[in-house]
Design a protein around this ligand. Sequence first.
Ligand code: 16G
Length: 253
Amino acid sequence: MEDEHALYRPEAWYRAARGPRYEQLYRHLAAAIAAGELPPETQLPPERELALIADVSRVTVRKAVSQLVADGVLDQRRGAGTFVQAARPKMEHSLSALLSFTEYMRQRGKTSSSRILRRGLFLPTPDEMMALGLSAGERVARVERLRFADDTPLAIEWSSLPTDILPDPEAVETSLYDVLRSLGTAPTRAVQRITAVNLTGLDARHLMLAEGAAVLRIDRTAYVPSGRPIEFTRGLYRSDIYDFIAELRLDSP
Ligand code: 16G
């Protein structure tokens, strides 16, 4: 008989030294939902049962599930249980989860791709030196990309990283975070600043919008657990296509 819980068992998602369990479980469920393995309206096993099947604590299950609820992919219905949400028409980009562009798009059932505009090692600008704590004589690794969801250009991203973190910018083909993960230096925390700006010249052409169209500009500084900043990315995101959602909580006293 087929194991109806195979998807939740640790062999399906847990790998030693690949980060905290709740994060691995979260990514696994998000990918399963995006891939349709858990179709809309599927009910998840109750927390206690899921913890037993996945062989983790209830706290771990709760953290993974509440993040998926915050991302809008799971729905917790009082007294009824937790269900996979139906796909939404506009892409909502949660600000509370530290995901990469590739992962966000996968979660939304989209295929992401990038066109590399420029990448290499350069002398840092004052902004890069400030954000990444570099000195004037050092180099900085830069990757500039036009990013697509299915075939639609959604964003332009200019990413800068210290060269000891990303020694070879040419290694970034699809996902920067996948490269960082394989090097063991993926960020675990980020701070973002969001501004509305109007598009000019070449950026407008890249995004296939009129000059002057309003887009969101997001500057992300991302950190590794030691507190060291390792990524500064400025991105322009088409606001007609995506919404950034932020979940706010009242801190308990
Ligand atoms: C997201 C990040 C960006 C990061 C990129 C990595 C925002 C606002 N920005 O777009 O800072 O560099 O993901 O994506 O979310 P990748 O791993 O697909 O290259």
